[in-house]
Design a binder for this molecule. Structure first.
Ligand code: ADP
Ligand code: MG
Length: 229
């Protein structure tokens, strides 16, 4: 069974009197454990596709099955539930709480999920360790480098053990060396079984993924699995 199955997904936006076809009957499957980069020029439909996959939006037509459930016509509450359970998000701008240290930032999703204190601490420490930040866990975001902040964001995204890690331009605010470090972390997380989808416009970043999907004008222009030594 595919973890993600999109069938003839169309997403149109109405802008004044104009209809914008952001996605045109896109069909796509992604299996558990895959590591996929989504590329394409600005305006091609990448964010629209990410938002649909991440259950932040629903299609105009077509069906989307995520982990066996038909999410294409769920209401907002049901979508939020699926999103919390299945998706870990990583953003270009990290989106950490400035006043909270790394450990507390990672614990937050567990607090929302109502996990008790001891279990929360144990799981958060484990996530912090998985991104190599144990020695920085009591530091606040402004006491961390950009790369370390993004590691905190990755730990936070993974702490609920989601089915998918969804990253939108995760290296967009990092210098190229630090960007490479984050991609090395994704590779390590991929090897340990995580399903990862990264949106990027940088070829160097996309090269780290196993599969590269190129979007153009709301259509999949190519979909290639890369050879790897
Ligand atoms: N909320 C919206 N309302 C109207 N048009 C939108 C909206 N979001 C995206 N679009 C349009 O849909 C197309 C695809 O946008 P998007 O998915 O953001 O592309 P990308 O992320 O590849 O830059 C573009 O033409 C964009 O202007
Ligand atoms: Mg975009």
């Amino acid at each position: 069974m595919s973890l993600i199955r999109l069938e003839k997904i169309t997403r149109r936006y109405q802008m004044g009197g104009e209809t914008i076809h952001a996605l045109r009957e896109v069909s796509l499957t992604i299996a558990r454990g895959e590591y996929v980069a989504i590329m394409g020029p600005s305006g091609s439909g990448k964010s629209t596709l990410m938002n649909l996959i991440g259950c932040l939006d629903t299609p105009t037509s077509g069906s989307y099955h995520l982990n066996g459930a038909d999410v294409s016509d769920m209401d907002d509450n049901e979508l939020a539930e699926v999103r919390n359970r299945e998706i870990g998000f990583v953003f270009q701008t990290f989106n950490l709480l400035a006043r909270s240290n790394a450990l507390h930032n990672v614990e937050l999703p567990l607090i929302y999920a109502g996990i008790d204190t001891d279990e929360r601490r144990r799981v958060a420490l484990e996530a912090i360790e998985s991104v190599g930040l144990t020695d920085r866990m009591h530091h606040k975001p402004n006491e961390l480098s950009g790369g370390q902040r993004q590691r905190v964001a990755v730990a936070r995204a993974l702490v609920n053990k989601p089915s998918i890690l969804l990253a939108d331009e995760p290296t967009g605010n990092l210098d190229s060396r630090t960007g490479e470090e984050i991609m090395a972390l994704f590779e390590q997380l991929s090897r340990s079984g995580n399903t990862i989808i990264v949106v990027t416009h940088e070829e160097d970043i996309a090269r780290h993924a196993r599969r590269i999907l190129r979007i153009r004008d709301g259509l999949i222009a190519s979909d290639e699995v890369q050879g790897r030594s």
